[in-house]
Write a protein that binds this ligand. Structure first.
Ligand SMILES: C[S@@+](CC[C@H](N)C(=O)[O-])C[C@H]1O[C@@H](n2cnc3c(N)ncnc32)[C@H](O)[C@@H]1O
Length: 402
């Protein structure tokens, strides 16, 4: 997937189609994710043991990355690693792979405490957010984070079990493993998986029962469900039909109501002005690298221009949908200031009839603060002692009364 520029989740279904056993599929997924988490470090080990650097897309390098990830990250017994790696290079660079792998394993090659972040992200984040945040990001890249659940009502959150914690009403952080869809109670639809930071934009919007609210970039629907659970009348707008289907399935499972609209949000015009709008804009997604380690390999900070243009257009259009005195929350799961803080600053410059508005009481968990009124930034390292959270920016904006 790396050299094809495809996201892991998009590449996996085809890559796993010959595996029927769920545990084989789980292992294959784990190996791929571990390679992505540790790629620069694995490549350093490989390069130290080859006379000529192997091309980035050479089969031998791919097989060595997977084999070393199995041995050094997943702690698979060495004989099993060698036995599964060599058939992958049968009739090809078998001797080379065997030589590099056996010498690395015999010599006890190991990985550092935390991964090297792929370039340019480590340097870029150190400059933007400080060395401490960049080091926390590297530590967070090493392994998958805990799972946050949002419940549709605070009343149905079970008391936290061992290793679990509830950081806000309606939230539970768990270390349960395995496929979420296989957990008992999944079918009952009381909760959905949503990183704690991803659950904050809807809380910042402070939806009220009976209000008319649009969720402008809605799928797969975590935020639509939060809004609908308060009794607001929600219109969920999404331009990707496949993702809209996911949203529909999520609403069906949780039994929450929303009107779905397949449309570009820039063309959406409700019959009457809305009380509030949530704009969870398309973005680089660099803030969700803990769960999607591929994003840091696929994204290029020099290619943000088109995304920035769409975000600004979505923001300006969203502003025209809201009644005087109404509100909007703009959110991006990005660690890039251009997509977050700078977009909201530019929006406020273009729209003098809007202002940033402080977070409502109780919307944020302990440990997450507003940088300035109405501006919330979550960073790697926030809440690190209890499992961290994704990198997000959120702006809470209010339109002046006439
Ligand atoms: C960050 S994701 C939204 C996540 C969602 N809010 C949630 O909480 O589950 C952004 C979504 O916006 C959709 N999108 C991108 N551009 C859009 C546009 N111009 N109009 C409507 N939806 C758009 C993408 O397909 C994607 O599903």
């Amino acid at each position: 997937m790396l050299w094809q520029g495809r996201a892991l989740e998009a590449a996996l279904p085809r890559a796993l189609r010959s595996l029927d056993d769920p545990s084989d599929r789980g292992l294959a997924r784990n190996i791929a994710a571990s390679v992505l988490r540790w790629l620069p470090d694995l490549d350093e080990l490989i390069d130290a043991r080859t006379r000529m650097p192997l091309p980035d897309d050479a089969r031998a390098r791919m097989v060595l990355r997977m084999a070393l990830a199995q041995a050094l990250v997943l702690e698979t017994p060495h004989h099993a690693v060698v036995a599964t790696a060599l058939p992958l290079v049968e009739g090809g660079p078998r001797r080379l792979v065997h030589g590099v792998l056996s010498s690395a394993l015999k010599a006890g090659d190991s990985l550092p405490d935390r991964p090297l972040l792929p370039e340019p992200w480590g340097q870029r984040w150190a400059e933007a957010w400080g060395e401490k945040a960049a080091a926390a990001a590297a530590a967070a890249m090493a392994a998958p984070p805990p799972i946050d659940l949002t419940y549709k009502s605070a009343d149905v959150v079970p008391p936290p079990g061992e290793g679990e914690v509830s950081l806000l009403p309606g939230h539970l952080r768990t270390r349960r493993a395995g496929r979420v869809e296989a957990w008992d109670a999944y079918g009952e639809g009381d909760w959905w998986v949503q990183d704690l930071a991803a659950a904050l934009p809807a809380r910042l919007l402070a939806p009220q029962a009976g209000e008319r609210i649009a969720d402008l970039c809605a799928a797969p629907g975590g935020k639509t469900m939060q809004l609908a659970a308060t009794g607001a009348a929600v219109i969920a707008v999404e331009n990707n039909e496949k993702r809209l289907t996911l949203l529909r399935e999520n609403l069906e499972r949780t039994g929450l109501p929303a009107e779905l609209l397949h449309s570009d949000a820039r063309k959406f015009r409700p019959e009457a002005p809305l009380d509030a709008v949530l704009l969870d804009a398309p973005c680089s997604a660099t803030g969700i690298f803990r769960r999607h380690p591929d994003v840091l390999h696929l994204r290029d900070p020099d290619r943000l221009e088109e995304t920035l243009r769409i975000q600004a257009a979505l923001l300006s259009h969203a502003a025209t949908l809201v009644r005087p005195g109404g509100r909007m929350v703009y959110a991006v799961c990005s660690l890039e200031r251009e997509e977050g803080e700078d977009q909201v600053d530019a929006f406020l410059d273009r729209h003098p009839d809007w202002h940033a508005d402080p977070a409502p009481a109780g919307a944020l968990p302990e440990g997450i603060r507003e940088e300035a009124p109405g501006r919330i930034r979550t960073l790697p390292g926030d809440l690190a002692e209890i499992g961290g959270c994704d990198g997000f920016f959120m702006g809470r904006l209010v339109r002046d009364e006439n």
